[in-house]
Ligand binder design. Structure first.
Ligand code: PLP
Length: 505
């Protein structure tokens, strides 16, 4: 009998948190409740029941961030809240100026609206963080112009977990009368937040990052800041006309319960998670060649972002099937670039490519993180041993005689710091390959193709050494066409072998 396969350890809380059972219960109850399904805008009893539930939830949401219930505008999530804030504030203030300040490490939900604003004729200054991932308040001051109408800087970075000095930044904006928005999707429920003491005018957050359901979030709009915000959509006038549309009662009820629980558990949870994070880091640091991204800065307890020297992140993740983690590598993601956040922190491409983000929370146990650290150790050792970098200069020779009367040859392409680095070694006797081995560093496609080729070289003569064309390998191993360049590098290594092929053996 085989053991039933273990469910992977979920270490991607920064992408989305599991829904708390109490939240799910409250949502189901709401959907089933007598009249809870009414349209909250209706004035009859069915509508009033729904509206009452929504207002109770609005109080729970507001309480978590120190706001008044009237300052909460429900949205579909942080992406919508960010869009509302960026586009809505800039447009509402366009008559005063057309300059916006944000940063390079924002979520795409802020960066993409920034690009859109540029197309609308706004100038956007994107600040670069220091090496540890924080934006210096002095850099914000320096970036402000007489025509600046909005500063938007995130509270907690979703990749590194670094907490920005929002207190100083929001205060300097308030002093100058410039509206300040913060994307707090990773912060709300994870660190204590009091919007009023922080001089925040607008704040985005979302339920599914704090054990609530997807598809519901909020934009905090400070009482008095409403004139700075123009709605993006128009309809039935709900949410003070800022975000019209029938409110999803059960989603909002779930959001409310999630906020209440987050507030109640915050103190004990952050202490527990901090200890878990430090234990995980000390295990990983002991593996050597590890870099903590965001080191030395205040960080949320549930995120640990580490770069591992000498391995590629996507390959690391591929071998970590028992863990659900995310990587800053871009091998399989839609964008061609490795983590722009880690690059902005000054990490070189290779270290940005080799990063893993471990994010954990309410349901994570110490045993799960121990299992994670053990799995990482195993994979790291395997990939590092597979890498050409594992061999010393004395092992790297182009051609050499062998004891069996044949010859050894080597072909290499790429090198340290490049996205592909492969090395083939062949033993040639009586005009054909009698054994082949390889070393490789790179994305999973690179490793797979190198291994696949090495297994096919035995028995081949010089004339037929290379089994087909890179296009064929790509088809055979389902490598996306964008990665063909990497396969061409691998082919280069085989061509290099041909150049060293012994004259007669
Ligand atoms: C998750 C996240 C978002 C997007 O939130 P959604 O509710 O999924 O739209 C925006 N900003 C940050 C920092 C996030 O972590």
């Amino acid at each position: 009998m085989t053991e039933p396969e273990l469910e992977p350890v979920y270490l991607d809380y920064a992408a989305s948190t599991p829904v708390d059972p109490a939240v799910a219960e409250a949502m189901i109850e709401c959907l089933r409740a007598q009249g809870g399904w009414g349209n909250p805008s209706s004035t009859h009893v069915f509508g009033r029941r729904a509206a009452e539930r929504i207002e109770a939830a609005r109080r729970q949401v507001a309480a978590l961030i120190g706001a008044c219930p009237e300052e909460i505008v429900f949205t579909s999530g942080a992406t919508e809240s960010d869009n509302m804030a960026l586009l809505g504030i800039a447009r509402a203030n366009a008559h005063r100026g057309r300059h916006v300040v944000s940063s390079r490490i924002e979520h795409k939900a802020v960066l993409d609206p920034c690009k859109h604003l540029q197309r609308e004729g706004f100038a956007v200054t994107l600040l670069t963080p220091g090496r540890s991932g924080t934006i210096d308040p002095r850099a914000v001051t320096a970036a402000l112009r007489p025509d600046t109408v909005l500063v938007s800087l995130m509270l907690v970075n979703n990749e590194t977990g670094v907490i920005q000095d929002i207190e100083a930044i929001s205060a300097l904006c308030r002093d100058r009368g410039i509206p300040f928005h913060t994307d707090a999707a990773q912060a709300v429920g994870r660190i204590p937040i009091d919007v009023h003491s922080l001089a925040i005018d607008f704040m985005s957050f979302t339920a599914h990052k704090l054990y609530g359901p997807k598809g519901i979030g909020a934009l905090y709009v400070r009482a008095g800041a409403k004139p700075h915000l123009q709605p993006l959509t128009f309809g039935g006038g709900q949410e003070k006309g800022l975000r019209p549309g029938t409110l999803p009662t059960h989603q909002i009820v779930g959001f409310g319960v999630a906020c209440e629980r987050a507030g109640a558990l915050l103190g004990q949870e952050s202490e527990r998670l901090m200890l878990l994070r430090e234990a995980l880091w000390s295990r990983l640091a002991s593996l050597g060649g590890t870099h903590l991204n965001g080191e030395g800065e205040p960080r949320v307890p549930g995120i640990l972002n580490v770069s591992f020297e000498g391995v590629e992140g996507e390959s690391l993740v591929k071998g970590l099937g028992e863990l659900a983690v995310s990587t800053g590598s871009a091998c399989n993601s839609a964008s061609a670039e490795p983590s722009y956040v880690l690059r902005a922190l000054g990490r070189d491409t290779e270290l940005a490519q080799s990063s893993l983000r471990f994010s954990f929370g309410r349901f994570t146990t110490a045993a799960e993180l121990e299992r994670a650290a053990n799995a990482v150790r195993r994979e790291l050792e395997r990939l590092r041993a597979l890498s050409p970098a594992s061999e010393g200069p004395e092992d790297v020779r182009a051609a050499w005689p062998t004891r069996t009367g044949g010859a050894g040859i080597m072909g290499e392409a790429g090198g340290p710091g490049q996205e592909v680095w492969v090395r083939f070694r062949l033993q040639v006797r009586h005009g054909s390959v009698c054994s082949a081995s390889f070393k490789a560093y790179g994305c999973p496609h690179t490793l797979a193709v190198a291994a696949w080729l090495a297994a096919r070289l035995e028995g081949r003569s010089r004339a037929e050494l290379i089994p087909g064309r890179p296009e064929d390998w790509a088809r055979e191993l389902a490598v996306p066409v964008e990665k063909l360049g990497r396969l061409l590098r691998i082919e280069d290594a085989l061509h290099e072998c041909l150049r060293h092929w012994p004259a007669e053996v």
